[in-house]
Structure formats: structure tokens, C-alpha cells
Design a protein around this ligand. Sequence first.
Ligand code: NAD
Length: 364
Amino acid sequence: MPGKPKRACIVGSGNWGSAIAKIVGTNAARLPQFDDRVTMYVYEELINGKKLTDIINDTHENVKYLPGHKLPPNVVAVPDVVEAAKDADILIFVVPHQFVRSLCSTLLGKIKPTAIGLSLIKGFDRAEGGGIELISHIITRQLKIQCAVLMGANLAGEVADEKFCETTIGCRDSRLAPGLRDLIQTEYFRVVVVDDEDAVEVCGALKNIVACGAGFVDGLGLGDNTKAAVIRLGLMEMIKFVDVFYPGSKLSTFFESCGVADLITTCYGGRNRRVSEAFVRTGKSIKQLEDELLNGQKLQGPYTAEEVNYMLKTREMEDKFPLFTAIFRICTGHLNAKELISCIKNHPEHMNSNLIPQPVHSKL
Ligand SMILES: NC(=O)c1ccc[n+]([C@@H]2O[C@H](COP(=O)([O-])OP(=O)(O)OC[C@H]3O[C@@H](n4cnc5c(N)ncnc54)[C@H](O)[C@@H]3O)[C@@H](O)[C@H]2O)c1
């Protein structure tokens, strides 16, 4: 990235947005190719009568979404997204996916035409006219900028604690990749760049559905073997989904951090798993538990399950993805969580053995 130092803006300031702000702020201050000042768009809210933006700029801590961690002082919280983004060369999108469209509408025509995007957002949105649309594609279409993605086994609290982990940047344009990597990589946060952009993003969205299944297994007290089976079948459905809807993607992408590693960490540590476990144990609705347990943080798994089901249903493919389908039905109250296993015990994956002929009249 030769020439004038590039400016970065973080569009979002939740749990992950704040953790990545710590990294980006540190790298921007350290590396000459970046401007020191990093703006962070903060959706304004009052905490004990004080504006969150003022708290962050005074104390350098996002006390609501990442308490206990200092942000570098060159990260400046800005409540107006246009003001935050207008001079940026690199826009890092890290808001819950349900807010992307309206933020992009607000930003349209107000950013540098040469800006590039990097989406850290996990989830899909419904496409107008049917099916689903990737969040990075929405950003590209609405703002007319290129948008790479970053996904990985990156629970925000652990990244903020500087515990070692890996991440994956999916970037089709090899000219952009080095700059994005340099802005993000640290000693404890190692970046691998691949060009399989869509598959990286789809992995990041679908693993949250599987995490709900893992949470149901925990809530039902079914044990680690069952959870491993759900994770494996989930991975197979993720691979199949990419194969069917994003042909040309590479199997190797699933072995990057954005694939199997993110799936494992989410099925053991993430909020989607936690809320899904509580859903089974308490009988409360997902929405109620999201409000009660997450302190303003948002869930992705149940919404992603709904969007994926919308796509599968219109294409009459629900039976090809029995785990995704069962999880969607459990989340919406159309199926009891106890039925999860009966829905997947005859999974198409179990019919795939090429060594043993399938019984003609199965009594299983
Ligand atoms: N937290 C993690 O560990 C983690 C890790 C990797 C990826 N992600 C992804 O990052 C994305 C952002 O998650 P997060 O954890 O930073 O957020 P979060 O769920 O912790 O916080 C919610 C954020 O949404 C904001 N918000 C609420 N209403 C809004 C509105 N109307 N308009 C705009 N913003 C609004 C809140 O101010 C807050 O910043 C998600 O797609 C998530 O899947 C999260």
C-alpha cells in the first residue's frame, strides 16, 4: 500500500467490534502505511446516564460490550456512521447482520469511492426475489466497493485477552490482501489469506446454526459423543451447502480457521450454544433468552437457520439438510428439542458407505 497512509474505520463496536478495534488501533499506530487515527462507529446508548461514546473516548474502554479491556487511545468513538466513515480507505464492517442494509443506505455516496471493505459479519440476509445473499455482497452492491471477509475461531473475549488464535481472510483480489493482513495480524492473531471468499463467509454464517444444535445436545444432557456427531454432520451439511449453492469453492477452505476450527470453538464456547442450551433447560423463547442472557449482544444462529431454511424450502431441499432443518424447527417451536436425534439418525451421510450395500428392506 504505497502513498498516503491509509485510514481505517471500524463500523461497529460490539463485543467483536471492540476486540478488533484493539488490534487495528495498535497496528495503525505501529505501522507507517496506516494513519494513526482509527474511527469506530458506535451505536449510541446511555450507560448510567452517560453516552457510551463519551465513556469510550474518556476511559478507552467499551464498558458495555468489552469491559475490562483498554482500547488504544488512537481509536476514537464516533456516534455518526457517516462522520466515522467519510475519510476511510478501509471500512471494517462488524455489526450484527440485521443492521447492515440500513447502515449501507446511510453511507451510500458518503464514503470514498476508492474505499475497500472487510466484513467480519457472520450471517446471511434474504435476497430480494428469493434465496439468501451474502453480507459482503450486500456491502459491495449497496456501496459499490470491493469487500473481502474475515472469519475464524475467534471468540472476542479470548482475542481481547491476547490468547493465541488464527483467522482467515477471504480476499479475491490479491492486490488488497497484504494491506488487509498487515492491518489485522499480530503476534497472537495469525492471519491466513485465501482467495475462496464466498466459502469463507458461508462457513462463518453456517457454523452458528450447528452451534445451536450443539447447545440443544448440551441442554438435553446427551454427552460429548453425541455433540461430536452433531458437529460432524453439521460440517458435512456446511460442505454440501457450499457445494450446491457456491460451486467452485475449495474443500481446503474448510480446513482453515474459518472452517472446522471456528465450528469447534463455537460449538463449545459461543453465545449461540449457550442460549440454545438454556432454551432446552428453561423452556423460554430464544428472543427472551437473548434479552435476558446477552446484555445487548445479538444472536446469529436462529436467524441464520431461518434464512437458510427459507432458501432450502423454496428449492425443496429441506430433506437434504436434515440437521439445519431440525434446528430451524426447534428454534421456531415447531419441533421439540428431544426430536433432534430422531431427525438426524438416518442422515444421508449414514447412507454414504461405499463398502456396505444398503439393506433393501431396512428394519433400522
Ligand atoms: N463476539 C464474537 O466473539 C464474534 C466473533 C467473530 C465474529 N462475530 C460477528 O461480529 C458481528 C458483530 O458482533 P459483535 O459481537 O461485535 O456485536 P454484539 O452482538 O456484541 O453487539 C451488538 C452491537 O449492535 C449494536 N446495535 C444495536 N442496535 C443497533 C442498531 N439499530 N444499529 C446499529 N447497531 C446496533 C450495539 O450497539 C452493539 O454494538 C456479528 O456478525 C458476529 O457474528 C462475533
